[in-house]
Design a protein around this ligand. Structure first.
Ligand code: MLT
Length: 412
């Protein structure tokens, strides 16, 4: 008799962005004449850069001829892409200790964030930021890593809270934890982290032999030189941290699917019997077993981002979204709101005076202005009373949203 995975009964009924999408569809059904300005999920509005389209078109043509056809690709991803990532995203920024052998091409940040749990032993203490991207906790609960559940709290999941008191920078825990999820520039709050702040986490992980999973999907949005772009800027991080990156938000790959995960060869931990566990080898084993890689055409498109034209396209795309985020940030500050993000990140996070239930505010904003947001509570208890808006819509729609906010009588 088949028995289904009980852990699913412990999850919130639906995934955050599915619930957001459902409410928007319901609203649209009842109000078909209203045009909605989407500022909820971080989906981009600019198309693929031309240099990517050209490279993908060439790759499609190659795939159509027997002399240049490609079947299964190498397990880590093609070296033409991994070499360029290592050279451009790391060596060129002084991070020569990260090499192509440390890099695995992925189909985006979300899948790897969800799948890395395959490397975890049993009964680990897992520190998850609150507010935080819901995949960290949902994936661990699904995998049975949560431990005993009581009133929605899990014995093995330690929430690392952040709030206005600490400017939404999670504080290093007092006791020992085994796995730590960090995301900077942060989703949802948009705040970046400085080298000295991140050094505290790396030192903690070195001291406690903890693994840090560093979600760096928004690094291309960093503008302040004091804000960290890669955790490997911190001494010793290559012994404790996995870093996850994505081309989704930098080059319009949300629907194409490509990113990469850095699992350094120097990432040595232990199995339960004390023998050596090398996470790079384990992740390679995992990927060979459960993943057949990202398509050649897609990896060729990603490679084109490492040409001068591609790098320029990333800069101009991210500048465009950052300008939208800055406009949103300034408009909300003018309205007297307490606002975070929008400086090193495309996300703008603000507290509504009304406060305690973000879903009420989500509904009120949608109904009164036609603007869809993401409710802070969807990212954890600490998000209650906050809303997140994104700079990922077009500048025209962002301006329209700002005038709607200014004209409406909505009491945020
Ligand atoms: C977000 O809106 O938080 C992200 O777009 C979600 C994602 O990248 O999966």
């Amino acid at each position: 008799m088949f028995i289904a995975n009980n852990n699913f009964t412990l999850l919130p009924e639906s995934y955050l962005f599915s619930e957001v999408g459902r409410r928007i569809r319901d609203f649209k059904q009842v109000n078909p004449e209203r045009d909605i300005i989407r500022m909820d999920i971080g989906d981009v509005s600019l198309p693929l850069p031309e240099v990517v389209v050209r490279a993908m078109t060439e790759a499609i043509n190659e795939m159509g001829k027997s002399e240049t056809f490609h079947g299964y690709g190498p397990e880590h991803g093609y070296s033409f892409l991994r070499d360029k990532i290592a050279a451009t995203d790391y060596a060129l920024r002084g991070l020569t200790h990260i090499s192509a052998d440390d890099i695995f091409i992925s189909d985006g940040a979300k899948s790897d964030l969800g799948n890395l749990g395959n490397l975890f032993g049993r009964n680990l203490k897992i520190a998850i930021p609150d507010p935080g991207y819901p995949v960290y906790s949902d994936a661990n609960i699904m995998d049975g890593n949560g431990g005993e559940e009581h009133n929605g709290l899990f014995s093995n999941i330690i929430k690392i809270n952040s709030d206005t008191q600490n400017n939404f920078l999670p504080i290093v825990p007092e006791g020992a934890v085994d796995v730590i999820y960090l995301c900077f520039p942060n989703n949802p709050t948009g705040v970046g982290i400085t080298r000295s702040q991140l050094t505290q986490w790396v030192e903690y992980a070195l001291q406690h032999k903890s693994l840090i999973i560093y979600d760096s999907a928004y690094e291309a949005y960093v503008r302040n030189p004091a804000t960290v772009r890669s955790i490997y800027e911190i001494d010793g991080a290559e012994k404790v941290a996995i870093e996850i990156r994505s081309f989704s938000k930098t080059a319009g790959f949300t629907g194409v699917r490509c990113g990469y995960t850095v699992v350094p060869e120097s990432l040595d931990f232990n199995f339960s019997d004390g023998s050596k566990a090398n996470l790079n080898k384990m992740w390679n084993r995992r990927q060979c077993t459960k993943f057949n890689g990202v398509g050649y055409i897609v990896q060729k498109g990603a490679e084109a981002l490492y040409t001068a034209e591609g790098q320029q396209a990333i800069k101009s795309n991210t500048d465009y979204y950052m300008n939208n985020a800055r406009m949103l940030r300034e408009a909300l500050i003018k309205k007297g709101m307490i606002v975070y993000g929008g400086e090193d990140s495309p996300y703008v996070w603000f507290r509504t005076e009304k406060g305690s239930d973000s879903w009420d505010m989500f509904d009120a904003l949608l109904h009164q202005t036609g603007i869809s947001s993401t409710p802070g509570i969807g990212f954890g208890k600490q998000g209650a009373g906050f809303l997140r808006l994104t700079g990922f819509n077009t500048t025209e729609m962002t301006r329209k949203a700002i005038s709607r906010l200014n004209e409406s009588l909505i009491d945020l």
